[in-house]
Ligand binder design. Sequence first.
Ligand code: ZN
Length: 200
Amino acid sequence: MDKIDELATALSRLPGIGPRQAKRFVFHLLSVPAGERTKLAELIASLGQNVHQCPDCLRFYNGTTATLCNYCSDPRRDDSLLMLLEKDQDLAAVERAGTYKGRYFVLGGVLTLTGKGAIREKDLNRVLEKRLQGGLKEIVLALSATSEGEHTADHIRILLAPYRDLVKTSVLGRGLSTGSELEYSDAETLRAALMNRKET
Ligand SMILES: [Zn+2]
């Protein structure tokens, strides 16, 4: 494979990037000064040294040492609530809304209807056990109001079945319109969806 195709193939593995768009990126990169390409390559290469994954919520955060993130280490946050989200950007949207003060867990994806995709099930079990010992009372399923989000929520309800007597599960209220992604929801909508969450 030539170098153009090789890079295009690598870029097309990024979420939301198709083969044609990947090719456009490659030709754009060929048109810019070599220094810009080098800078981009360095930023990608150093990402792992400057960004860490929190062992409790599994979100990525800026920092040079691997410890608990600021949300997981903050003693003022409510240990009785655990919100499960699809991705880091959704967590950022909930933080922007500013009303939720519980703990988080980032699933790292959704399950598609065709059985593709993966969520961090093993980590979820590990973190759940730990949170249950810390006084967890409610799990908030904060997934996008899409068919994949619903499908993932159904799967999580099955995973949580053994804990049903220990902890209740709720879903966001339908302030979120059908098909809407959490990441792009405005703060007001998210606050309403959180306040109107329903036990499931
Ligand atoms: Zn964390």
